[in-house]
Design a binder for this molecule. Structure first.
Ligand SMILES: Nc1ncnc2c1ncn2[C@@H]1O[C@H](COP(=O)(O)OP(=O)(O)OP(=O)(O)O)[C@@H](O)[C@H]1O
Ligand SMILES: [Mg+2]
Length: 294
């Protein structure tokens, strides 16, 4: 897949008024200035659940064809933040998102944007593998069929399973129920299901926390392969994993009001992963990544 069709698809399928050609010109302009292309630009993004803040003042750019890791202690808002990126928080009635979130330069929360389209372009893999109670084949074919995607379904299924490094393990049992697969296989099936609808971005919220080290290694290898074609954002509590796979890492902490009635997450530091893990700018980051706190 070349860059241009994906850019165009992102612009047109979101329901944008912007002609995709203008977006491409803009990308070229920015690329020639020596910067990496930005997929998401978050500007002072905050999320509340009812009146309670969950994460505040997040400003960060997430780059294309990179793996961006979100790390930090439990409750600092990593899941809340990653769910903003494909409008999954829309499904939580009390959630309120403030600030700006641009996706390829367009307001992801703009009035013309269809959240259902957003979730097709920006797929998500969860902590617990969640295959449908259907055959392996139908798990993959479901999305493309629902979207009316053109092409030979057998080929679409094979391509997605190959991309998720699962084909060789399941090619002789495509009709079997997905529940009969191991946890690691189910998680790769969920990644294949995500890939089958040709997304632009893959979001992963602790995708390996229920997996053994061998399955975890397979998913990590897979992520490194997938970033050639996709942009990936991962939440992980595994410091080694963030250090191994990601290009950039954001570290969040929990802030508290003086009376401790409200708590919310904020970014302490966001930088190249190597810097975060070897020479962070903030003492709190160093303490966290070296395991002194958390
Ligand atoms: N659906 C929800 N309704 C109300 N409050 C929520 C909801 N989801 C999360 N919160 C609150 O938002 C804050 C951030 O939670 P979130 O799940 O984003 O943290 P996290 O960093 O992903 O934590 P963990 O590492 O434990 O998964 C917490 O105070 C949590 O209680
Ligand atoms: Mg979480």
């Amino acid at each position: 897949m070349t860059d241009e069709p994906r850019t165009e698809r992102a612009a047109t399928r979101l329901g944008s008024n912007h002609p995709s050609i203008a977006l491409e010109a803009d990308f070229e302009g920015r690329l020639s200035a020596g910067t990496k292309e930005t997929v998401f630009a978050l500007r002072d993004l905050s999320v509340h659940y009812a009146e309670k803040p969950a994460v505040k003042h997040v400003t960060m750019d997430i780059r294309r064809n990179e793996i961006t890791a979100l790390i930090g202690p439990s409750g600092c808002g990593k899941s809340t933040l990653i769910r903003c990126l494909n409008r999954m928080n829309d499904l939580i009635p009390s959630a309120r998102v403030e600030g700006e979130l641009l996706y390829h330069g367009e307001d992801l929360y703009g009035p013309k944007v269809d959240p259902v389209q957003v979730r097709k372009l920006i797929g998500m893999v969860f902590q617990k593998p969640n295959p449908f109670p259907k055959s392996i084949y139908d798990n993959i074919a479901f999305g493309p069929r629902t979207l009316g995607m053109k092409g030979d379904m057998d080929e679409i299924v094979e391509r997605a399973l190959r991309s998720a490094a699962l084909w060789d393990e399941v090619k002789d049992r495509l009709g079997d129920n997905a529940y009969g697969m191991s946890g690691g296989q189910q998680q790769r099936l969920c990644i294949a299901r995500c890939i089958a609808v040709e997304p632009d971005v893959i979001l992963m919220d602790e995708p390996c926390s229920a997996l053994d080290p061998i399955s975890t290694g397979k998913i990590e290898d897979l992520m490194m392969d997938l970033k050639e074609d996709y942009s990936i954002v991962i939440v992980t509590h595994n410091m080694q994993q963030a250090a191994r796979v990601s290009d950039r890492t954001a570290f969040l902490i929990v802030e508290l009001t003086a009376d401790e009635t409200n708590r919310w997450g904020e970014i302490v530091e966001y930088d190249d992963t190597e810097k975060i893990f070897t020479n962070p700018s903030d003492q709190r980051t160093e303490d966290y990544v070296t395991g002194k706190v958390g």
